[in-house]
Design a protein around this ligand. Structure first.
Ligand code: SAM
Length: 193
């Protein structure tokens, strides 16, 4: 089943667009983690990831994944986080920052009623200004863990598990799910694999 993000969707409220903003990426030590943030965002229903450091290799590797496995996910690196948040809010979007210092998921219904949602995750220490700019500072428990785990749980709670049925169209490869073994269907001829 293909989930349409349309107004009035009974599960998603009126939400149409989720974008992840990744802060604090250090090119020499966070590449693997930031790649996993992007893969998680893509697999669980975000339309793209903004990266507040320039890293063309992450843009390229995620674009390769999307080409192979479908969908229209993008990564835009080298963005200025402050102006991206301000632009987002000026155009009517809401901002949710995931942080162990925040409150729990009690207000998740209000988030679901948001048309366009930016979800912020950090790497190193997140500037205090982000806490103030966010409409919600949400904790996935008040214990320290990982941005990937926090993002995955948040995306799942937000979308009530519907994201697990999302289809990714236009890719070159598709997994044929099975109880044992691995089967991948080739949808287009690949030049290299
Ligand atoms: C490894 S943590 C580092 C946080 C950093 N030490 C600080 O004080 O801001 C990286 C990111 O994971 C996310 N994170 C970690 N634990 C979390 C939690 N319990 N709830 C929500 N997000 C969490 C936050 O987005 C955080 O910025």
């Amino acid at each position: 089943m293909h989930i349409k993000l349309t107004k009035g969707n009974p599960i998603w409220g009126i939400m149409r667009k989720i974008v992840v903003l990744r802060l604090g990426h250090r090119i020499e030590r966070d590449q693997r983690m930031t790649t996993h943030v992007a893969l998680t965002a893509r697999a669980l229903g975000a339309e793209g990831m903004l990266l507040a450091s320039r890293d063309k290799s992450i843009e390229q590797s995620i674009s390769d994944v999307t080409k192979r496995w479908g969908g229209a996910f993008y990564v835009r690196s080298g963005v200025k986080w402050r102006s991206e948040i301000k632009k987002w809010k000026e155009s009517g979007g809401k901002v949710c920052h995931l942080t162990m210092y925040g409150v729990g998921l009690e207000e998740i219904d209000a988030l679901r009623d948001t048309e366009n949602l930016m979800v912020i995750v950090g790497a190193e220490k997140v500037p205090a200004e982000v806490f103030a700019l966010a409409d919600w500072n949400i904790a996935i428990t008040n214990q320290p863990h990982s941005e990937v785990a926090a993002l995955a749980i948040f995306m799942d709670r937000l979308q009530k598990g519907e994201e697990l049925r999302k289809e990714f169209r236009g890719g070159e490869l598709q997994i044929i799910a099975m109880r044992a073994g691995k089967k991948v269907k080739r949808i287009k001829n690949l030049k290299s694999f």
